[in-house]
Design a protein around this ligand. Structure first.
Ligand code: KG4
Ligand code: ZN
Length: 381
């Protein structure tokens, strides 16, 4: 079975073509990712309609490259049904590109289209889903709707296919900070979440205070790695809610603490690279300390057998090291952390998750910007 996966939930346009072998192993035939970081860095965040326009521009070039890399293209015209044109009537720029692509190309063998339907930015999700609908009608194959958060969790399928339950997933990205108890692949329970900013959002906002461009998480990480014990600046930031009697998080206070700490320094100190490095290290430590403390507490309480990390923030080296160190205290648990390239948004993870979903017909595919994966949705505020 070969799946063509599409990811457009935020500011990365991803197309991946993945084959599931009869053994169940996943084989990457190709994967293309167009980042919009340069475009959004000038605003300090993602503008949904600008991101949508970029997806409209990037989807066809990414599709072309992915198919070419997977040797699935034939130079031959493909007739587009009217229904496929109708699926893209609200995306005229994309429709034009789709028409000119299929005038010269035919796609060889795809069994299904997987697409992110939520959670994410509504205009961006629509572009990906409409594109998936058009491709499904042109290729006469089903669509598999995929939950982006589930996809972050299922990134691990490229390395491991067996999971011992109960498992615990920590999903930390630009929009989410969630601890999810997984009792089986059809039972997801949210046990903790952020009450305000997500961990990635905290990285990005504090990075901005320090003068880094968007997205700031990777830059904080690079700066923090330059920290040496000889650094003269001693900074103590809070670890918000670390000892709270639950599994919730709060990161907006940390952002405020960083702002006050920065504002109280003289101009000369604020421009001192050693100060920025010390701040970056303390921010990274504060976020990783809180996340891993709660992870540890949940492992004990729920007698967890497998820990799975997912989401862009899990590309962070300190968080990875601290999580891996839990192995020393819990000898019998398995800790799964996907490589950094699969931690941040990509379409390979959408394909991986699609193999766990049912195929659906076109009529059932809807965009859900606030899609949840837990079964205890009614208890979640
Ligand atoms: O999962 P993702 O790519 O997109 C969302 O679904 O949000 O996560 C993006 C987030 C951004 O906030 C980014 O700053 C953060 O992940 N991030 C990092 C690192 N790499 C990406 N944060 C800390 N350290 C990193 N190395
Ligand atoms: Zn994500």
């Amino acid at each position: 079975m070969i799946v063509l996966a599409i990811e457009t939930s935020c500011d990365d346009t991803g197309i991946a073509i993945i084959k599931r072998e009869s053994s169940g192993a996943l084989k990457k035939l190709s994967s293309v990712l167009s980042s919009q970081d340069k475009i959004h860095s000038k605003w300090g965040g993602v503008y949904p309609f600008e991101a949508k326009r970029e997806h409209q521009k990037n989807l066809i070039p990414s599709l072309y490259k992915a198919l070419k890399d997977a040797s699935l293209l034939i130079k031959e015209e493909t007739t587009i049904p009217l229904s496929a044109e109708e699926a893209l009537e609200k995306d005229p720029l994309l429709l034009k590109k789709v028409k000119s692509f299929f005038k010269k190309n035919r796609i060889k063998k795809i069994d299904a289209i997987a697409v992110t339907v939520g959670p994410g930015l509504e205009p961006c999700l629509y572009t990906g889903v409409n594109f998936a609908k058009a491709l499904s009608l042109i290729l006469k194959v089903p669509i598999i709707p995929v939950n982006h958060i589930k996809a972050h969790i299922f990134s691990f399928l490229y390395e491991k296919r067996e999971v011992s339950f109960p498992a615990l997933a920590l999903v930390v990205s630009g929009g989410h900070t969630e601890l999810i108890l997984i009792k089986s692949f059809s039972s997801y329970e949210l046990i903790g979440k952020t009450r305000d900013d997500a961990a990635g959002e905290c990285f990005d906002k504090t990075a901005r205070i320090l003068g880094f461009s968007y997205p700031g998480g990777p830059q904080i990480s690079i700066a923090a790695n330059k920290f040496r014990p000889s650094n003269p600046f001693k900074i103590n930031l809070p670890r918000p809610m670390i000892y709270s009697n639950n599994y919730d998080f709060s990161f907006s206070g940390l952002k405020t603490a960083v702002l006050y700490e920065f504002q109280k320094q003289k101009e000369k100190t604020r421009k001192d690279e050693r100060y920025i490095v010390a701040m970056a290290k303390e921010i990274e430590d504060a976020i990783a300390d809180v996340l891993v403390f709660k992870l540890k507490k949940a492992i004990k309480e729920f007698k967890i057998k497998t820990v799975i990390l997912g989401g862009g923030v899990t590309a962070n080296k300190k968080l990875r090291e601290k999580t891996e160190a839990l192995q020393k205290s819990f000898l019998n648990i398995t800790i799964i952390i996907p490589p950094p390239s699969l931690s941040t948004d990509n379409a390979e993870m959408i394909a991986a998750a699609s193999f766990m979903e049912e195929k659906r017909g076109l009529d059932n595919i809807t965009v859900s910007p606030n899609l949840k994966i837990y079964n205890n949705c009614d208890k979640v505020k």
